[in-house]
Design a protein around this ligand. Structure first.
Ligand SMILES: Cc1cc2nc3c(=O)[nH]c(=O)nc-3n(C[C@H](O)[C@H](O)[C@H](O)COP(=O)(O)O)c2cc1C
Length: 180
């Protein structure tokens, strides 16, 4: 693999691979923000392997336009803030799924490129309909009608926050100072 896509995560890699939800890291310092890490849950969910590292994650969108969601992701990356969107994706075996993507901006630590972290999970059609049912001013995803889905989304949000903190703590514990 190209060295630019080889993130030296050391022992953290093992931990991230044991996490039960999908996790990806993209290098925002490199041209077109290539994927530089995907954990085992992401590989199980999508059928991807390390052979897909070095590509921008949009390859999962195949022929689907995802206009609004992509515009929001581009804006969030430009503004270096978190966001959440639903993207229509295709797995490597060709099957289609609705991907709920939580995107977090990590920033850069010495020795690391500027990173963004994505956590992904599969939404059922009912869940997607639920989220699209109520247009609210904070965005289409701010409110789920079903309590079960609200709980699921909240747990994902906490999981995503924890993954960011885990990564940042690991950098601090390894004395990797944040870059301005
Ligand atoms: C960390 C990270 C993870 C991402 N994960 C996915 C994903 O699982 N599926 C997807 O369709 N897009 C994903 N994206 C979004 C695309 O890579 C891309 O940013 C988006 O399509 C908007 O850019 P574009 O309009 O140039 O395609 C991810 C982006 C980042 C930074």
């Amino acid at each position: 693999m190209d060295d630019r896509f080889n993130l030296a995560l050391g022992s953290l890699e093992e931990t991230l691979n044991r996490v039960l939800f999908a996790l990806t890291l993209s290098n925002l310092s490199a041209e077109d923000a290539p994927l530089i890490f995907m954990n085992s849950s992401f590989k199980d969910m999508t059928g991807c392997t390390d052979a897909q590292l070095g590509q921008n994650c949009r390859f999962l969108q195949a022929e689907f336009p995802n206009y609004e969601a992509r515009a929001e992701v581009r804006l969030a990356l430009r503004e270096r803030r978190r966001t959440q969107v639903i993207l229509k994706n295709r797995r490597m075996d060709g099957s289609v799924f609705r991907n709920f993507l939580l995107l977090e901006y990590i920033g850069s630590y010495r020795g690391f490129p500027e990173l963004a972290l994505g956590t992904q999970f599969v939404l059922s059609k009912d869940e997607e309909d639920d989220l699209n049912a109520v247009p609210v001013k904070d965005g289409p995803l701010a409110q789920a009608q079903s309590a079960a889905l609200r709980v699921r989304l909240e747990r994902r949000r906490i999981a995503s926050d924890s993954a960011v903190r885990l990564l940042q703590s690991w950098c601090v514990l390894n004395e990797l100072t944040p870059e301005p």
